[in-house]
Write a protein that binds this ligand. Structure first.
Ligand code: GDD
Ligand code: MG
Length: 356
């Protein structure tokens, strides 16, 4: 068993449809969370857990990853990028990167959904994976969490010994509130059992198949901070949690004043807080209030505007005295002076007239 080298795969080729319009021009995995592109949180955490090689399984806007993340040397890891011309699904994506992984059949491969911010103890999950049960080696370990409403997740019941007994993806009548948290450890040779060159869902096909075959799939239940950032509300919530130090991340520290202002941003108001971030080249004018929000690169919040629990997309402009509450503005949106946007998404390039 090689314990010195651990590899990881980040499955990062989804369209991010639930995050539109923010994902119209970029993958969700590169959206700013807490002041850095989301994947930086995951890569820093993998590096901290001893992973030295990370393979990104990309498809949608695949060309944007390398310019942002580079070769991984910033984190002391090596990053390889693998492209799916056509998305192969979560299982197909994992199988498709097999050639980029080492060939020790017993090696541990950590696999992450590329949109989960998690504080769980990955080294402990790896150790659990390496512990045989009744002499049988573990094939796959799944990080599991409890949620109130399991319908949007994969339900994963386990028996008294922690063995996974079923995997039911997104059901209207969840059999348990214990769900797949999107961090797996696969034994390297189990990845080769996924059929190559075709669309495969790891959740709907691979996991149920492994359980039916009697493979040893175990749950690693943890209660640390965990959030899927796949919707605007979750993205802004996760970002706030990073800035306020609620979500521990090795990528970036908590901000001192309840807000993070990037180098090269211009903030002329003293009312930017509640875990907000203001990214580079963005401007917040005097008298504007920004609370619990993300103001992305190049965006402008004009005098007297109020932005709460919202995402102001790149190069968008929030006019004087406009009010945003739970709003998601796509790139280059213009919200006219005095306009109100509540719990709405505004498409890339649209103008919201005054009086709305
Ligand atoms: N490369 C590649 N190719 N990646 C893909 C593809 C594909 O065809 N399809 C999806 N992905 C990536 C997404 O980019 C994301 O990082 C990850 O796979 C999971 O896809 P989501 O679309 O975010 O799935 P989900 O949030 O609805 O459900 C998944 O995550 C839940 C936990 O957050 C499932 O794994 C659930 O079982 C789980 O509970
Ligand atoms: Mg997701």
């Amino acid at each position: 068993m090689t314990q010195s080298s651990v590899e990881a795969v980040i499955v990062a080729g989804g369209f991010g449809s639930r995050l539109l319009p923010l994902t119209a021009r970029r993958p969700k995995h590169l959206l700013d969370v807490g002041g850095v592109p989301f994947l930086e949180h995951q890569i820093a955490r993998l590096a901290e857990a001893g992973v030295d090689h990370v393979v990104l399984a990309t498809s949608y806007h695949a060309d944007q990853f390398r310019p942002v993340l580079g070769d991984g040397s910033r984190w002391g890891v090596r990053i390889d990028y693998v492209l799916e011309e056509e998305p192969l699904g979560t299982g197909g994506a994992i199988r498709n990167v097999a050639d980029a992984l080492g060939d020790d059949p017993d090696g541990a491969v950590v696999i992450l959904n590329g949109d989960v911010l998690s504080g769980h103890d990955l080294p402990a999950q790896l150790e659990d994976f390496r512990t045989p049960r009744d002499g049988q080696r573990v094939d796959v370990s799944l990080h599991l969490v409890e949620v109130e409403d399991a319908r949007a997740f994969g339900c994963v019941p386990t028996d008294g010994a922690g063995r996974v007994t079923a995997f039911v993806e997104k059901s209207d009548a969840p059999v348990t509130n214990q769900v797949n948290a999107g961090c797996y450890v696969f034994r390297r040779d189990v990845i080769d059992t996924i059929p190559a060159g075709q669309v495969v869902s790891v959740e709907r096909e691979t996991f149920p198949g492994l359980v039916a075959e009697g493979r040893l799939v175990v749950g690693f239940v943890e209660t640390a901070y965990w959030r899927d950032v796949g919707t605007p509300a979750a993205l802004v919530g996760a970002s706030r949690d990073v800035v306020l130090g609620v979500a521990p991340t090795p990528a970036i520290g908590a901000a001192e004043a309840g807000a993070r202002v990037a180098d090269g941003a211009s903030v002329h108001s003293d009312q930017v807080g509640g875990g907000s971030v203001v990214m580079k080249e963005a401007t917040v004018e005097q008298g504007a209030v920004v609370e619990g929000s993300i103001v992305m690169t190049g965006a402008v919040v004009e005098e007297g505007a109020r932005v709460t629990d919202s995402v102001v997309g790149p190069w968008a402009r929030v006019g004087r005295d406009a009010v945003l509450q739970g709003a998601t503005l796509g790139d280059e949106v213009v919200v006219s002076a005095g306009a109100h946007v509540t719990d709405e998404r505004v498409d890339v390039g649209t103008t919201v007239p005054a009086g709305d």
